[in-house]
Write a protein that binds this ligand. Structure first.
Ligand code: HEC
Ligand code: HEC
Length: 159
């Protein structure tokens, strides 16, 4: 081959290596690669279909627990007891109401073992009727289970 063509080819390769996305670039990005086991919360390969840990909700009966700690001011308290056989709440079936909708108990001292009366906010104003927007208690109040946190929280509540 003609010497000038050789020189031309070498020059072209050098230019491409300098400005193009050649193999050299691939090597440098590989050094900051994130392993696929670090991408998600499950810490397994994206190829795996991990089976979540089995957990159980509280199995203690109503009346045998301490009051729920508030997560923050105005938060709906967690349900302290088992709600087995109490859900799903339907139009005709609401055991939560039977125990908790006790407007006459508002302001009375609540002893351990007594159902905490649903608060003033849950009744139609100036009446003792449960406001129907609060019918589906488990929409806001959730049962508790002892589970491992996937992500820790730094949240601290106001007093
Ligand atoms: C047989 C009566 C009974 C039934 C039915 C019942 N509860 Fe309770 N609930 C209690 C008692 C008693 C407590 C007091 C704490 C304890 O012993 O768990 C309580 C505590 C709670 C608390 C915590 C309140 C606080 O301030 O600490 C919430 C929230 C709650 N129940 C919601 C519900 C919901 C929602 C349902 C229906 C899925 C329900 N309860 C069904 C009796 C009952
Ligand atoms: C739309 C959301 C929502 C629904 C539905 C709801 N609650 Fe609540 N509940 C709250 C919030 C928020 C609080 C805490 C703030 C407050 O007092 O209003 C609360 C507080 C409570 C408390 C604690 C009272 C206290 O003195 O500390 C009880 C008991 C309770 N609810 C029972 C029930 C029951 C039983 C039902 C169903 C009949 C129900 N709630 C439906 C949001 C809800």
């Amino acid at each position: 081959m003609d010497t000038r063509i050789w020189i031309g080819l070498v020059a072209l390769t050098t230019v491409a290596g300098t400005f193009g996305t050649g193999p050299g670039d691939a090597v440098s990005s590989a050094s900051v690669e994130i392993a696929d086991t670090e991408l998600g919360l499950s810490k397994t390969s994206v190829e795996d279909v991990p089976i979540p840990d089995v957990f159980e909700y509280s199995s203690t009966d109503p009346g045998s627990n301490d009051r729920a700690e508030r997560s923050y001011h105005t938060a709906p308290p967690m349900i302290t007891h088992s709600i087995q056989d109490m859900v799903p709440i339907t139009q005709d079936f609401n055991l939560c109401r039977d125990c908790h909708v006790q407007p006459d108990m508002l302001g009375q001292p609540i002893e351990k073992g007594m159902p905490v009366p649903a608060p003033v906010s849950h009744y139609v104003e100036n009446t003792k009727d449960l406001y129907m927007g609060r019918w589906n208690c488990t929409q806001c109040h959730a049962p508790q289970a002892d589970v491992k946190l996937l992500v820790d929280t730094t949240f601290t509540k106001d007093q």
